[in-house]
Ligand binder design. Structure first.
Ligand code: MN
Length: 132
C-alpha cells in the first residue's frame, strides 16, 4: 500500500483529502504544521507528500526546502497544494523543491488523477537513477 503524507492545517481540507485517498486505497497520514510534517516525513518516508503552503509555525516553502535536505526524501514527490489565485506561489513552491502543484480548493473529481501523475513521474525518475 502506498502512503501519502498530507501536511495541512485546515481540518476540512484534511478530512476531504484523507477521504479521497483512502477511498482509492492509499494510506493517508496527516500532520497539522510544518515541524510536525517534517518529523513525520522523516519517520515514515511516504511515497508522496501533499504540502499546504500557508501553515502555522513554518511556511510550506521552508518545509519543502527542509524535506529536500534529508537524504531519503530527495526523490520523494512533493506536491504543493496552493490557491488558484496565488499564482506566484507556484513558482516559489517549485523553487523551494516541490515537484509540482495542485490547485486549491481541490476538485474531488480530478484530485486523485492529478496526484497520481506525480507518483508516476517519481517512479520513472527513480527507475532511471537505478539503472545508471
Ligand atoms: Mn493552510
Amino acid at each position: 500500500m502506498r502512503t501519502i503524507l498530507l501536511i495541512e492545517d485546515n481540518e476540512q481540507n484534511r478530512y476531504l483529502t484523507t477521504f479521497l485517498l483512502e477511498k482509492r486505497g492509499y494510506a493517508a497520514v496527516s500532520a497539522v504544521d510544518g515541524p510536525a510534517g517534517i518529523e513525520t516525513a522523516e519517520r515514515i518516508l511516504p511515497d508522496l507528500i501533499l504540502l499546504d503552503i500557508q501553515l502555522p509555525l513554518m511556511d510550506g516553502y521552508t518545509v519543502a526546502r527542509r524535506l529536500r535536505s534529508h537524504p531519503k526524501l530527495r526523490q520523494t514527490p512533493i506536491v504543493a497544494v496552493t490557491s488558484y489565485a496565488m499564482t506566484g506561489d507556484r513558482e516559489k513552491a517549485i523553487a523551494a523543491g516541490c515537484t509540482g502543484y495542485i490547485e486549491k480548493p481541490i476538485n474531488p473529481e480530478t484530485f486523485i488523477e492529478e496526484m497520481e501523475r506525480y507518483l508516476e513521474t517519481a517512479h520513472e525518475a527513480t527507475q532511471g537513477s537505478d539503472s545508471r
